[in-house]
Write a protein that binds this ligand. Structure first.
Ligand code: B12
Length: 222
């Protein structure tokens, strides 16, 4: 008897393309259920869902798909990621506040980090897209989180808010993430950078808190 061959990330992405970009939302949801079941949440995010999003953007920018298809794909993925948020949180877990900088609407990476942190036992306060820094600061004063993660596609979005981020960084660690998180702007904001993809970013935060690697692997096992 032969073991059935596992579907490759490329094949999963092709299936997402064939469904979501043909306006087949039901089919897209089915593929997403299968990929999360088969690979587990972290690997599905790292190897299929986030790279797929990247490709959607490339197809949109070259004109091979339109805005409508990009929006359908984004909206289905957003609804799936929303369902995964908060699962696994432990009441005694450390707290992270997560926000996109003002004007920033790209939030999938931040959502993915939030999902993985909660699966590692963290509590999360997810402020999401386009968060005014005054609101971020107020939230941090109220909740006193162990870590703050802020995301932006452009370094200028961090730089424009550097004074506010520096104030937040006086009472908690601030981590800049996403393509705008350059070394220079992190220094300007008295923040550190979360390198790598959103799954790795969540694991880095968790490890920085001193949790042994073995526990991380156990808690993320599906
Ligand atoms: C989905 C999407 C949207 C959605 C966002 C929906 C949502 N709720 O998030 C909507 C429709 C709102 C949108 C709007 C726009 N978008 Co858009 N969008 C995308 C798309 C397809 C996916 C982005 C994404 O989530 N990727 C997944 C993330 C995880 O991958 P990544 O961005 O490559 O990030 C890597 C790292 O930086 C890191 N990372 C990213 N975020 C985080 C967060 C944390 C915490 C950590 C640890 C790591 C991390 O992980 C990734 C590596 O695995 C990209 C395509 C692309 N090529 O990326 C375009 C893209 C980002 N968009 C683009 C543009 C131009 C726009 C608009 C200006 C379009 C317009 N004319 O209105 C607006 C701007 C909105 C705004 N003000 O923010 C351009 C950006 C070009 C540039 N260099 O600035 C892209 C690259 C498309 C393209 N090829 O031109 N977009």
């Amino acid at each position: 008897m032969t073991t059935p061959r596992r579907t490759t990330p490329r094949e999963w992405m092709n299936r997402l393309e064939a469904t979501l970009e043909a306006f087949d939302e039901t089919g897209g949801h089915r593929v997403l259920s299968q990929v999360f079941d088969e690979l587990g949440v972290e690997d599905a995010l790292s190897h299929v869902v986030l790279p797929y999003l990247h490709e959607v953007g490339e197809r949109w920018s070259t004109g091979s798909i339109g805005v409508a298809q990009e929006h359908v794909a984004s909206n289905v993925l957003r609804s799936r990621l929303s369902v995964l948020m908060g699962a696994g949180e432990r009441p005694e877990g450390p707290l992270a506040v997560l926000a996109c900088m003002p004007g920033e609407h790209h939030e999938f990476g931040l959502m993915a980090t939030s999902i993985v942190l909660s699966r590692l036992g963290w509590r999360t306060c997810y402020l999401g897209a386009n968060t005014p820094t005054a609101e971020l600061a107020m939230t941090c004063r109220t909740l006193r989180p162990a870590a703050v993660v802020v995301a932006a596609h452009r370094a200028t979005a961090f730089a424009a808010n550097a004074p506010a981020l520096r104030r937040v960084a006086k009472s908690t660690t601030v981590h800049l993430a996403a393509p705008g998180a350059t070394a220079d702007v992190a220094e300007l904001c008295h923040a550190s950078r979360l390198d790598g993809d959103p799954v790795r970013g969540a694991r880095t935060l968790h490890e920085d808190l001193g949790v042994p690697r073995s526990l991380i692997d156990e808690s993320t096992a599906v």
